[in-house]
Design a protein around this ligand. Structure first.
Ligand code: HEM
Length: 140
């Protein structure tokens, strides 16, 4: 019961965080095409002030609930090494923790990432995580 509850929160947090990145990279960045640079900056700020209240906490929730989930499902490492599930889940968790550290440091400690300042890298990571989160269940 606890597991299902935490997993639902995990998915919900992933939807909010991933949903924003998908919307931003596919649609909101097109605002630039119709407005001047100053207008675009003002329009972007008009919604980013709400985004900043909701999206970074969702990322933190996704990572914290993810850490709980992985502690429940990872299982022991057998003599043959990692299973398919463990390998793919490790990669997924690595990308998720990377996003959490990057986002957390940026938003809460004002440490800007040195490279890849735009939202394209988190977008690519989220798409990868979504695929990994399903392919890890393959009965390989
Ligand atoms: C932005 C970060 C993350 C996103 C977008 C994300 C997304 C997802 C999605 C879509 C699922 C699939 C749920 C399902 O099919 O029912 C999932 C499952 C899972 N996630 Fe994450 N996740 C993130 C971060 C993390 C982190 C950091 C960890 C671990 C440290 C983690 C651990 C897990 C585990 C263990 C499951 C599977 C639970 C099970 O066996 O049913 N996730 N995640």
């Amino acid at each position: 019961m606890t597991f299902v509850f935490i997993k639902t929160i995990h998915l919900f947090a992933a939807f909010i965080y991933g949903g924003f990145l998908i919307t931003d990279n596919l649609f909101l960045n097109k605002i630039k095409r119709s407005y001047s640079e100053e207008e675009h900056a003002a329009i972007r700020e008009s919604f980013m002030k709400y985004v900043r209240k909701v999206v970074p906490p969702s990322l933190i929730v996704a990572v914290l609930t993810g850490l709980y989930l992985i502690s429940q499902v990872y299982g022991p490492i057998g003599p043959d090494g990692l299973t398919w599930f463990q390998s793919v889940l490790s990669l997924k968790a690595f990308l998720g923790i990377w996003l959490g550290l990057r986002g957390g440091l940026q938003v809460y400690f004002k440490i800007q990432p040195f490279v890849f300042k735009s939202h394209v890298l988190p977008f690519a990571f989220v798409i990868t995580i979504i695929f990994l989160s399903q392919f890890m269940y393959l009965p390989v």
